[in-house]
Structures are given as structure tokens and as C-alpha cells.
Design a protein around this ligand. Structure first.
Ligand SMILES: Cc1cc2nc3c(=O)[nH]c(=O)nc-3n(C[C@H](O)[C@H](O)[C@H](O)COP(=O)(O)OP(=O)(O)OC[C@H]3O[C@@H](n4cnc5c(N)ncnc54)[C@H](O)[C@@H]3O)c2cc1C
Ligand code: SF4
Length: 486
């Protein structure tokens, strides 16, 4: 345990942020590193609980009390080893994870939980700075070849694990750069892209081969996949939910991902300008909450929107946990992201009825109605429009951030994979209905989180290795084969 009664002595520290006025002038990350002393103290706040609920909150099963203790005792390299034993890419989760571990932290019952995500981020950053994170190519190769389709966090985690087991890995990505949504969905102000490149150069040095601009099923045929002993499908959940109402085909009604991807491509230098789709001087309405909606708000403010409004169909959540949603479950309470803090008008319980255009076919306003949710015991809440609450909102750009409905069907159909009634790929321990084809991440579980994608990539890798070799020494939550450090 870090410091006896440390949780009484030290208050929780979060990262300080560069002031809003300054940070919205560019697309850089805007967090300020806490001092070494503060980070150690944060590790010292951990109580090393007999039953560490933080573990159960983390989909990766990160060894949280152990690395907290190591940080408190200034054993940063040990902390890094512990962190890497369950998480291939803590630099992604340390920046982007909503931290279900913190929601489950026992300290959270009586006081702010341990700043687990902060500690995670600075362990891995210290590791890169000190040069402790190096390529570790496998000593022997098995002669087995594996194709990974898609290079988001699930594909990358599966690739690194399977390469570690000695298999030869080809990762195929249809985009021009590797990273999936980390690269072209998530804005740079949440994670600068050199963070991905830094990790990719290590994966390449370890022997993983990356092939970009190749869509499997189109540029590389399904027959060519037969050259591989196994295939892992990690293509994400890319079908965007639409809003099929009057006026949704007007110019200026756009999918959030088009807007976010273009800005990321401009920051990346592969596109010159966002002129074809940007928020400058416009009344922007973002329809839908969640990470995608929040990222649209941050991007609109950086592009110089005249106003930014966010509509959410659900009622405004309370600022505290409700009785039906106790610790250690994920708290469904009001979330205010750093992008919200940068300027937003938020409306809840509001339904978009129609987009209204001008003579040239451009959206000029949006018609809404307020709604209430009628709850009946044992039934799902029913939405009811409130008569007389219709309202018109000026709007030059409407961004649809309504989530994703699942994976693209083409490749799955071509490979003859079995799907269920919800069009999800049927898997058993990540194995599809075709024995040597596996699937992981958003493509398998539907739209989710980076931490789940990494976890699924790791677990699928273990199953593939076992399938090819009869047994596997890869770490997995299933065999509990994690380092014994306590
Ligand atoms: C705007 C936005 C913001 C988000 N912010 C957060 C956040 O802050 N924190 C968080 O935890 N999660 C966040 N998420 C969710 C998170 O990004 C995803 O859950 C995660 O990236 C899923 O990883 P994946 O590897 O399964 O798929 P993806 O990251 O979607 O990667 C799939 C890749 O497969 C490629 N592909 C698909 N089909 C083929 C094919 N046939 N051939 C070759 N390549 C193919 C795609 O081009 C893509 O690059 C966000 C999502 C969005 C959209
Ligand atoms: S639940 Fe919180 S206090 Fe307890 S071991 Fe985990 S991080 Fe430490």
C-alpha cells in the first residue's frame, strides 16, 4: 500500500487545463502535467483494498493498486511493467478512457476516487521519455501467418499480442494511415497523432507489417485471405445512424464523422482546407450527445462557430448518482466534458422534427418539439411530445452525432459469416462461424470504447493463438496468467 492514510492526507488532483481562450486557438492537447510530487501523492491515496473494485471496473483488468503503489514508491519502471502487462496502449486509454475504474474505486464512496487515469498516463509518458519502452521482437517465429483487418485499437492490440506469440502479422487498413477512429475520428485536441505514430514505430520494429489503402474484400480479395492461417476482423462499427426526417437531405445537414474526419485530415496535412465543411461564422446545432457530439462541439468552437447548440433527446441527468444507479456501477450522471466548458448551449428532452431550407437548398433553421418520457413499471419509457412546445432554431450547420448501428455487411457476407437477428457477427470466444476467422472490437460488440477494443483485441489474440498452436502463453483475463506482483 502506498501511504497509510494517504487518502486522508492528500486531496485528489486532476490535470489542470490551459485556459479556454488560449486552447481553442489550435488543435493541440491542452493538459498541464502535474508535478512529480503530486503524482506520487496521488498514488499514495490508493488504499490497496482487500477487494479492489477498480479491477472489476476496468475491462482490461489493469493491476491498479500495484502500479499506484509503485508510483508512490518512485518505482516508475516497475509501474510501467505492471501497466503494460494488461494494456498494450496506456497512452491511448490514459488520455481518452472515461475511466470506469475510477467510477468503481472504493474511495469514491466517501471521497473523490483515486486519479487512476492520470497516474496511468504519466507512467507511460515517463516510460517513453526514459526510453524504457522498446520493441521486443519475438525470439522465434512459428511460421504461421495472420491477417488483421482494420487498424483501430482492437486490430493493433491483436496484432501486438499475436506477434509476441511469434506469428507473422499483416495488418490491412483501407484508410491512408493506421489508427482507426484514434486517427480520423478523435480530434487532435484529445489526442495528438504523434502519440499513435510513436507506438506504431515500435510495433513495426517488432516485425508487424502494415498495409494502408487496402480494403479487404475489395483491394484484397477474400480468396487471398486463404493465404493466411487465421484472420482477425477488427473493422469497427462504421454504419452511422441517420435522422430520416423532412429536410435531412439539405445542404448543411451532415454526419458528424464527415466533419470530424475532415478537420483531422487537415491537421494531419493530407488535406489542405476544411472549406467544404466547416463551422466558421455559423450557427451550429449538434444533434446527439456522447463522445462524438462533444468532439463536434470542441471542433466547432475551434473553427470559429457563431453559436454552438447541443440537442439531446433524453432528459437532463442529475449531477449526482441516483439511488437506482449505486456505486460501483458506471454513474449515469451529467457529464461536462472539456469541450462543453469551451462554450455550448445544451438542451435536453428535445426532438428534432424538421430541417427547413432556403431557396438554394441550404439548411436555415431547425424545428423542434419538447418531449417527456413516460415511465411505467416494468416497461421501457415512452416518448411523448409536449403540445405547443414547437420551436424554430436558426441553423447553418446541423451535425448528426447519433451513434453507429453496427459493422458494414459486405465483407461479412462475402466471408459467409453467421450473424444474429441484430446483424451482429455470431462469435464464440471471438471465433466466428468460420473456424479460422475471429473478430474483436466494435465490429464484434458494436459501438463501444477504446479500452474495450484493446481488451477484445487481446482476448481474441489469445483465442487465435490457442486455435493455431493448441495452447497459448499470451496473457488473458481467462487464464489469469498475469504477473504475480503482490
Ligand atoms: C468521434 C468519436 C470519438 C470517440 N471518443 C472516444 C473516447 O474519447 N474514448 C473512448 O474510449 N472511445 C471513444 N470513441 C469510441 C472508440 O473510438 C471506438 O470504440 C474504438 O476506436 C473501436 O476500436 P476498433 O479497433 O474496434 O475500431 P475502429 O477504431 O473503428 O477501427 C476500425 C478500422 O477498420 C478499418 N476497416 C474497416 N473495414 C475494413 C476493410 N474491409 N479493410 C480494411 N480496413 C477496414 C477502418 O477503416 C478503421 O480504420 C469515440 C468514437 C468516435 C466516433
Ligand atoms: S478501489 Fe480505489 S482505493 Fe481501492 S485499490 Fe482500487 S484504486 Fe486503490
Amino acid at each position: 500500500m502506498g501511504k497509510f492514510k494517504g487518502f486522508i492526507e492528500f486531496e485528489r488532483t486532476d490535470e489542470r487545463l490551459i485556459p479556454v481562450k488560449k486552447r481553442v486557438k489550435n488543435y493541440n492537447e491542452f493538459t498541464i502535467k502535474p508535478s512529480e510530487k503530486k503524482l506520487k501523492e496521488q498514488g499514495g491515496r490508493c488504499m490497496d483494498c482487500g477487494v479492489p473494485f477498480c479491477h472489476s471496473g476496468c475491462p482490461l483488468g489493469n493491476l491498479i493498486p500495484d502500479f499506484n503503489d509503485a508510483v508512490y514508491n518512485n518505482e516508475w519502471e516497475k509501474a510501467l511493467h505492471l501497466l503494460h502487462s494488461t494494456n498494450n496502449f496506456p497512452e491511448f486509454t490514459g488520455r481518452l478512457c472515461p475511466a470506469p475504474c475510477e467510477a468503481a474505486c472504493v474511495l469514491g464512496i466517501i471521497s473523490p476516487p483515486v486519479s487512476i487515469e492520470l497516474i496511468e498516463k504519466y507512467i507511460v509518458e515517463r516510460g517513453f521519455k526514459e526510453g524504457w519502452i522498446k520493441a521486443i521482437p519475438p525470439k522465434n517465429r512459428t511460421g504461421k501467418k495472420i491477417a488483421i483487418v482494420g487498424s483501430g485499437p482492437a486490430g493493433l492490440a491483436a496484432a501486438q499480442q499475436l506477434n509476441k506469440a511469434g506469428h507473422s502479422i499483416d495488418v490491412f487498413e483501407r484508410d491512408s494511415k493506421i489508427g482507426g477512429l484514434l486517427r480520423y475520428g478523435i480530434p487532435d485536441f484529445k489526442m495528438e497523432k504523434h502519440v499513435i505514430d510513436r507506438r506504431l514505430s515500435i510495433l513495426e520494429e517488432e516485425g508487424i507489417k502494415f498495409h494502408t489503402n487496402i480494403e479487404v474484400g475489395v483491394d484484397l480479395s477474400c480468396n487471398e485471405l486463404n493465404n493466411y492461417d487465421s484472420v482477425v476482423l477488427c473493422g469497427g462499427a462504421t454504419i452511422k445512424r441517420n435522422l430520416p426526417i423532412k429536410g435531412s437531405d439539405l445542404y448543411g445537414v451532415k454526419q458528424a464523422m464527415e466533419f470530424l474526419t475532415l478537420q483531422n485530415e487537415v491537421v494531419d496535412g493530407i488535406k489542405k482546407t476544411t472549406e467544404s465543411l466547416n463551422a466558421k461564422g455559423k450557427n451550429v446545432i449538434v444533434i446527439g450527445g456522447g463522445d462524438t457530439g462533444s468532439d463536434c462541439i470542441g471542433t466547432s468552437n475551434r473553427q470559429g462557430a457563431k453559436s454552438v447548440t447541443n440537442f439531446e433527446i433524453m432528459p437532463k441527468p442529475s449531477s449526482e448518482r441516483s439511488e437506482e444507479n449505486p456505486w460501483p456501477y458506471w454513474p449515469f450522471k451529467l457529464k461536462t466534458s472539456s469541450s462543453h466548458e469551451e462554450g455550448i448551449h445544451r438542451e435536453w428532452s428535445i426532438l428534432t422534427k424538421e430541417f427547413i431550407g432556403d431557396n438554394s437548398g441550404k439548411v436555415k433553421s431547425l424545428k423542434t418539439v419538447e418531449v417527456e418520457w413516460i415511465k411505467k413499471e416494468g416497461e421501457r419509457p415512452i416518448l411523448k411530445e409536449i403540445k405547443g412546445s414547437e420551436k424554430l432554431w436558426p441553423c447553418d450547420l446541423a451535425l448528426l452525432a447519433l451513434g453507429f448501428t453496427g459493422h458494414e455487411p459486405d465483407l461479412v457476407d462475402k466471408l459467409n459469416l453467421q450473424t444474429d437477428n441484430n446483424n451482429q457477427i455470431v462469435t464464440n470466444n471471438y471465433q466466428t462461424s468460420v473456424a479460422n476467422i475471429f473478430s474483436a472490437g466494435d465490429m464484434r460488440r458494436g459501438q463501444s470504447l477504446i479500452v474495450w477494443a484493446i481488451s477484445e483485441g487481446r482476448e481474441a489474440a489469445y483465442q487465435v493463438d490457442k486455435f493455431l498452436m493448441g495452447s497459448s502463453k499470451l496473457e488473458t483475463k481467462e487464464n489469469g496468467d498475469l504477473p504475480q506482483v503482490r
